[in-house]
Design a protein around this ligand. Structure first.
Ligand code: UDP
Length: 243
């Protein structure tokens, strides 16, 4: 049984990366679907006002701690949870797919980026069984859903940004079998090599958001005031519970 808690009404599962990967393998082998959300403060704040997104978050199968903000929110509940970075987790899934010859599908990002991602992964894992690949700029969700169902992947990585990626996964979920589905945000941009990954020192300090904001200043308005408001709400919640 996986332990969980809630952060501002959103379920967060307390697993480490190894347990999560083991669960993926078990689900695929047993032909169960698994919707994994790499949850961060922006998603939790969005769920406060978007109830259909809150419902998706709480009906997913596994919500793993991505953003350092979520790690801090858990710390307020006296829970020490390691951060599982979405990019690292996706790399582990690709490695797992290659080792076990799982059918894998990629949806999202710009065409040149998704093609470069494919090229890079095939260099690293020549036997990677990519059964579907599509850029993330399309008008008709239903057409894409049908194509993915036909491809029948066992691992599906969707990089459309949130909540779009979680919404399309929730539509797909009941139409696939034995598939692990993960929203990976901007991970394809990193895998393509076109967007640089934050240096290790930023990752160690848990401030890769700062690096990404410096590199892409347009992200500033996404982080501020969302992140501080998220932390203030979490602190108020903790004080209320203790009082
Ligand atoms: N994207 C897409 N289709 C869209 C909008 C966005 O494929 O209609 C892609 C975009 O190219 C980028 C990713 O979704 O690769 C979103 O990345 P973002 O940085 O917003 O996600 P984060 O990593 O912050 O979750």
């Amino acid at each position: 049984m996986i332990k969980n808690t809630t952060v501002l009404n959103c379920r967060v599962d307390l697993v480490d990366e190894k347990e999560a990967i083991e669960l993926v393998q078990k689900s695929i082998e047993e032909k169960n679907n698994l919707h994994i959300i790499t949850i961060n403060p922006e998603m939790i704040m969005n769920a406060q006002k978007n109830l259909s997104f809150l419902n998706i978050v709480n009906s997913s199968d596994l919500n793993i701690t991505d953003g350092v903000g979520v790690k801090m929110a858990l710390k307020l509940q006296n829970i020490n949870q390691n951060q599982i970075r979405g990019v690292d987790f996706s790399r582990k899934l690709i490695n797992l797919a290659s080792k076990n010859s799982y059918r894998i599908a990629f949806l999202g990002a710009k065409e040149e980026i998704i093609q470069k991602t494919k090229e890079n992964f095939l260099k690293q894992y020549p036997n990677l069984n990519i059964v579907y690949l599509r850029n993330g700029y399309f008008k008709n969700d239903e057409e894409i859903i049908k194509e993915i169902i036909d491809a029948s992947p066992q691992i599906l990585l969707v990089g459309l940004g949130s909540p779009k990626q979680e919404e399309i996964i929730s539509k797909l979920k009941n139409n696939l079998t034995g598939c692990t589905m993960v929203g990976v945000g901007g991970s394809f941009d990193v895998f393509s090599g076109i967007v640089k990954e934050s240096p290790e020192i930023y990752r160690k300090l848990g401030i890769e958001w700062l690096y990404r904001t410096i590199k892409q200043p347009e992200r500033f308005k996404r982080i501020f005031p969302t992140l501080p408001i998220f932390l203030i709400k979490c602190i108020i919640n903790t004080v209320k519970k203790k009082g």
